[in-house]
Design a protein around this ligand. Structure first.
Ligand code: NAD
Length: 319
């Protein structure tokens, strides 16, 4: 079995590699060649969450599980709050094939999903990128979004304003003017990425202008919420996986309020595979509920493991 240490991932997988792997993964899901197993996600108290996301991709020849979670006390200990590893198995024999560090992979695959949604669903003339959130994932989100549209400006809001300057440095690196705004300032955005661990809505329906694309990426557990449910009722809805969207994603709240039905949500993979329509008009609001599926983790872990094997940077052990 191959062990690919966390520290090697940055040299093995680029954001472009992650984008290609996740697009293929979403399309395989839409063609029923790949499916996710039920998610196990447990609240451990004090905001800590731990669980398993797993699946099987027959087309990609990969099966496995990502285990890990979100531990909000870590930042104070000098560690990132997200911690995980991915374990891959040969789908034919069940033999374990690789154990891959999952922290950077998670950031790359999550940013890739949101960038794919922007690429496929945002207006081509989108110029202002809005970001709600300024934690660890937000900088990956910003970098990935900037690859798929010619943004001219980044506006951002965060519940903890002192975290915003760090995101501003990333915008500066990308050559983009950066402006902290109040939530109603988000009306100026053509694309809004939400990436917080919030337990209640920050972004309200009235804060979003017609024609905006939203990538709601922070809500991946029951009880989290980033946007007002009325916004989902106004938008054309997309997700990585409908079953997760309605239970642990942003849609859980609009479903509970009876504002939308599961049938109103289109898998993004269906748009990629040419099986469903995306945006229908320039003034339509599109919203991608990115819940994070196990198959995403397997796709990027497999790509990293293949590169590690080819370059001889992984540790091979017999188990
Ligand atoms: P982080 O701990 O580094 O940052 C947390 C962010 O949430 C900060 O911007 C913080 O200011 C904000 N926040 C905290 N409490 C808030 C509140 N009450 N109201 C509004 N905002 C609040 O976390 P991160 O690693 O950047 O992850 C952000 C979120 O994304 C987490 O919820 C994480 O579980 C989720 N996530 C989702 C996926 C996915 O695939 N969908 C993948 C990775 C992470």
């Amino acid at each position: 079995m191959l062990i690919v240490p966390e520290a090697e991932i940055a040299g093995l997988l680029t954001p472009e590699d992650a984008f290609a792997a996740i697009e293929a993964c979403f399309a395989a899901m839409a063609r029923d060649e790949a499916y996710n197993f039920p998610v196990v996600r447990e609240a451990l108290g004090e905001g800590r969450q731990y669980g398993f996301k797993s699946g099987l991709d027959r087309a990609g020849g990969v099966m496995g599980v990502k285990s890990g979670g979100y531990f909000p006390g870590n930042a104070a200990r000098g560690m990132i709050n997200h911690q995980s590893v991915v374990l891959l198995f040969d789908p034919e024999s069940g033999r374990p094939t690789a154990l891959v560090g999952g922290n950077l992979l998670t950031a790359l695959r999550t940013a890739a999903a949101s960038a794919i949604s922007i690429d496929r669903l945002a207006r081509k003339d989108a110029r202002v990128l809005g970001i709600v959130g300024a934690g660890h994932q937000s900088q990956f989100q910003l970098r990935a979004a900037a690859r798929v549209r010619d943004f001219e400006k980044v506006i951002a809001w965060n519940y903890h304003p002192d975290m915003l300057p760090k995101l501003g440095v990333v915008a500066e690196e990308l050559g983009l003017p950066f402006e902290p705004v109040q939530l109603d300032g988000m009306r100026a955005a053509d694309v809004i990425v939400t990436i917080t661990s919030a337990p209640a809505a920050s972004l309200m329906d009235a804060h979003v202008s017609p024609g905006t694309h939203l990538a709601c990426m922070g809500t991946d557990t029951k009880g989290k919420q980033e946007v007002e449910p009325a916004l989902l009722a106004r938008a054309r809805l997309f997700t990585d996986e409908v079953a997760q969207s309605v239970t642990i994603g942003e849609a859980q709240h609009a479903i509970a309020a009876g504002l939308i039905r599961a049938e109103d949500i289109t898998p993004l993979g269906a748009v990629i595979a040419g099986l469903a329509e995306g945006r229908r008009s320039d003034d339509q609001i599109t919203l991608f509920d990115g819940t994070g599926v196990g198959l995403q983790d397997l796709a990027v872990a497999q790509a990293a493991a293949e590169r590690a094997r080819a370059r001889g940077v992984a540790v091979e052990i017999a188990i």
